[in-house]
Write a protein that binds this ligand. Structure first.
Ligand code: LLP
Length: 430
C-alpha cells in the first residue's frame, strides 16, 4: 500500500500543514515533528470503538512509554482516555498535569518502593502486580497507609506473537508476570484474593509489540477468558477487569500491512462476548494499552545531510546530523523505516544509500538500502513513522543533545519538548 504524503507545489514535504523544510530552518535539525491531528484521531478512534464494542465498559490507556511528555498526557486527558505508565518518571509526568489518576495503570516487573508508594498516594486506578514479592510489598505499604490497592495480576498467556525477540513478552520465558502453564498464575490469584489491603480487580496480559495480525490477540483473549472461568469455578470470584495490553502494529515500510485497529477490537470483543456467553460470565471491563499505534505514524524526524562516502561496488554512505542517539531502533532491532528528501519530496528514487548517523561507532545506522533521489549535502532527510520509541529511547551518547519535538497542526508549529542545550548536558555534572 502506498503511503499518503502531502507535498507542497515546490516539492516540499508537508507535515500538519507545515512545510518540513521551513520547520528544519526554524527549529534546526535533527528535529522530531509530531502531527497533532494524527495523534488525536488515533486516540479518538480507539476510544469510540472500545465504547462501542464493550457496551461502554472499555478503557483505552495510552502506553506512554512510546512517547511521554506533559503535552501528550494533556492530550490523552482531553481525549478522555487513560494512561499506562511504567516508571516513577512517567507517573510523575502524568501527575504534573493533573491527569485523572483513576484512568492510570502502573506497570513494571521490578517496581521500587518509591514507585509503589507514590502510586498509592496518587490513587492510581490499577497497579499491575508482576510477582508475589511485589504483592507482599504492596500489601505492607497499603496497610501502613491504611488504603486498599486496586490490583491486576500480570499473566503470561503463553502466546507466541510473531515479532522481534526483544519485544515479545507473552511467552513463558519472559521476565514479566505469572505463568499460566505452571500453575503460578492460579497461585498468584489465590494469594492475592486473601492478601490484606489488596483488592484483586482483574488480570492483565501483553503479548508483544508491532504485531500485524489479529489472530494472536484473539488467541490471548481466549486464554485469558478461560482463566477467568477457571478462577470463578475454583473460588466463586469473577474478575471484573481484563486488560489485554497493547502491541498493535503500524506501517513503517511497504513490508508492513497493519490491520486497521478497529478490526482488532472487533474480533477480540467478538471472542470475549462469545466466551462470556458460553461460560456464563459477566462481560468484564476491558482495557487496552496501545502505544506505538497512537503516536508512531504521527512522527517524522528531520535531519540535514552532511556528507557522503562512496565505497565502490559496495555501498554509498550518507551521513546525517543525528543517528542512534535520537533513534536507536535500527541499531537495536534492525527496524526498517521509509525515508525521503523533504526538500525534493516528489522526486522518484534513483539510488540506494546506507544512512549513517554521527555517533562514534559503525553500528550507528538508521537504515540500509534506502531508495532516494541522488542526494546532495544540505538536503533534508525525513525519516517517517518515528513518533513511537524514538524520543522515549533517545540517549546522550557521545554527549549529543536530545533534539526538540515540535507539534504541528493546521499550518502552525509549537515546541512541546525543548531541545537540549550544551548547558543542559552539563546540568548534573559536578
Ligand atoms: N502495555 C505493556 C504492558 C507493554 O509492555 C507495552 C510495550 C505496551 C502496552 C505498548 O505496546 P505498543 O502498543 O506500543 O506496541 N522499544 C520497542 C517496543 C517495546 C514495547 C514494550 N512494551 C520498540 O522500539 O519497538
Amino acid at each position: 500500500m502506498e503511503r499518503n504524503i502531502s507535498v507542497t507545489e515546490n516539492g516540499h514535504l508537508l507535515l500538519g500543514g507545515m512545510d518540513a523544510v521551513s520547520l528544519a530552518k526554524q527549529f534546526h535539525t535533527p528535529l522530531y515533528v509530531l502531527e497533532e491531528d494524527k495523534v488525536r484521531s488515533a486516540m479518538a478512534a480507539y476510544r469510540s470503538s472500545m465504547n462501542a464494542y464493550y457496551d461502554g465498559k472499555g478503557l483505552v490507556c495510552y502506553a506512554s512509554k512510546a512517547l511521554c511528555c506533559k503535552e501528550l498526557c494533556r492530550i490523552a486527558a482531553q481525549e478522555e482516555i487513560g494512561l499506562d505508565v511504567v516508571s516513577l518518571g512517567e507517573l510523575y509526568t502524568a501527575a504534573s498535569v493533573d491527569f485523572p489518576m483513576e484512568r492510570v495503570c502502573l506497570h513494571g516487573n521490578n517496581k521500587s518502593l518509591e514507585e509503589l508508594s507514590y502510586a498509592l498516594d496518587q490513587k492510581v486506578g490499577y497497579i499491575v502486580v508482576d510477582g508475589l514479592t511485589e504483592l507482599e510489598t504492596l500489601s505492607r505499604l497499603a496497610k501502613e497507609k491504611q488504603v486498599t490497592a486496586s490490583v491486576l495480576l500480570r499473566i503470561k498467556p503463553g502466546v507466541d506473537a510473531h515479532t522481534h525477540d526483544f519485544i515479545r513478552t507473552g511467552q513463558i520465558d519472559s521476565k514479566f508476570g505469572f505463568a499460566l502453564e505452571t500453575g503460578e498464575a492460579m497461585e498468584g490469584v489465590l494469594t492475592a484474593l486473601k492478601t490484606e489491603n489488596i483488592l484483586l480487580k482483574g488480570l492483565h496480559c501483553h503479548i508483544g509489540s508491532q504485531i500485524l495480525e489479529t489472530e494472536p490477540f484473539v488467541h490471548a483473549a481466549k486464554i485469558m477468558m478461560e482463566f477467568i472461568r477457571d478462577i470463578r469455578d475454583k473460588t466463586g470470584v469473577e474478575m471484573q477487569v481484563l486488560d489485554l495490553g497493547g502491541g498493535f502494529g503500524i506501517r513503517y515500510t511497504d513490508e508492513d500491512d497493519p490491520v486497521p485497529y478497529v478490526e482488532y477490537l472487533k474480533d477480540v470483543s467478538g471472542e470475549i462476548k462469545e466466551l462470556c456467553h458460553q461460560y456464563h460470565l459477566t462481560l468484564p471491563s476491558v482495557i487496552i494499552e496501545p502505544g506505538r499505534s497512537i503516536v508512531g505514524e504521527a512522527g517524522t524526524t528531520l535531519y540535514t545531510i552532511g556528507c557522503f562516502k562512496e565505497i565502490p561496488n559496495i555501498r554509498t554512505y550518507l551521513a546525517v546530523d543525528g543517528g542512534m542517539g535520537d533513534n536507536p531502533r535500527y541499531a537495536l532491532y534492525g527496524s526498517k523505516y521509509d525515508m525521503l528528501l523533504a526538500n525534493r519530496a516528489a522526486e522518484a528514487p534513483s539510488k540506494t544509500y546506507t544512512v549513517a548517523g554521527k555517533c562514534c561507532e559503525s553500528g550507528d545506522l538508521l537504515g540500509e538500502n534506502i531508495p532516494l533521489p541522488e542526494a546532495k549535502v544540505g538536503d533534508i532527510l525525513a525519516v517517517l513513522s518515528t513518533g513511537a520509541y524514538n524520543y522515549s529511547m533517545a540517549s546522550h551518547y557521545n554527549r549529543n543533545p536530545i533534539p526538540p519535538t515540535v507539534m504541528v497542526k493546521d499550518g502552525t508549529a509549537r515546541v512541546i519538548i525543548k531541545g537540549e542545550s550544551l548547558e543542559d548536558l552539563l546540568r548534573n555534572d559536578v
